[in-house]
Design a protein around this ligand. Sequence first.
Ligand code: T6T
Length: 342
Amino acid sequence: MKPPEKGAGMNEGMWVPRRITRRDFLGLTVAGIGVSMLGGCGSGGGGSSEGYRITLIQGVRGDEFYISMECGAQAKAQELGVELDVQGPPEFSAAEQTPILNAAVQASPDAILIAPTDKVAMIGPIQSAINQDIAVFTVDTFIEEDIALANISSDNLEGGRKAAQALAGAIGEEGKVFCISVKPGISTTDQRQQGFEQGLKEYPDIEYLGTEFCEDDPNRAAQIANATIQSNPDLAGIFGANIFSVQGAATGVRQAGEQGNIKIVGFDAGPTQIKDLREEAVDALVAQHPSDIGSIAVQMAADYLDSNEKPSKKEVKTGLSIVTRDNYEKPDISKYLYKAEC
Ligand code: T6T
């Protein structure tokens, strides 16, 4: 028997149409069948999403932010009866992510949710996916060309400003600070750095030494922190712009024997960050809500595939929570701490 066309299901040995999807729509209109057939396939309509194939491509595998995003996406996929495949490159790099995206496109899913690892380098590969009539949403990071159906992410600019406020509070609003980020060209961390720099402008007695990049490597981040402390013995604080930056910052400060003297504020709330917070190596964390990002993205993809209507909002912002030693165990905060597995 010939394999089914996408959008068809098996019933008593015969291939019969399972549902009218966006792809069916494209085929049917070519065949001259009217749009009115689509009536009743509205958003979230009575389990009509069942059977869609959606691929989530993370920025990097094994990072608890993306694991938590996967957990939210899986829970929503299960609720809707959608098949979700999750993949991610071993490193946060466009060179590693591009072949994974290309292979996913070859498998021809209905939708791809992707955290692009570079705002320029991933434009071409994402455009190729769209050219294959795959619905593409960006999650977390975005690309510079407005070609995805929507981006679902934290407000990273605002998060950077909040980090500046928290660090300013921790150091008594004076002294030298600097930022450790991943690498230039990542939309999220670029915006956090920008927001941090904007936020610091409110504090005339804080001297900003600039940003250095650790390539998502906590060992590199530790070396950077250590070297900066050696050249600035009066350093007051460090902002780590993602999990590995803040983890390395804490290690570097410990190695320099400055734990407690140099304050650290970081983005993200993985298990290591929470341990560092408890042990007073880190003073505050800006937790994202990655599970919400995953869940909303799956829902939006299913709605789009059901209705063929583009999302009314191209940017969906999920929340941020400031995590401190005082609140990390409270249920309204602890529910946002990242998971190492679903
Ligand atoms: O901070 C998250 C994510 O938002 C960012 O785009 C890359 O780094 C993380 O995955 C944390 O490591």
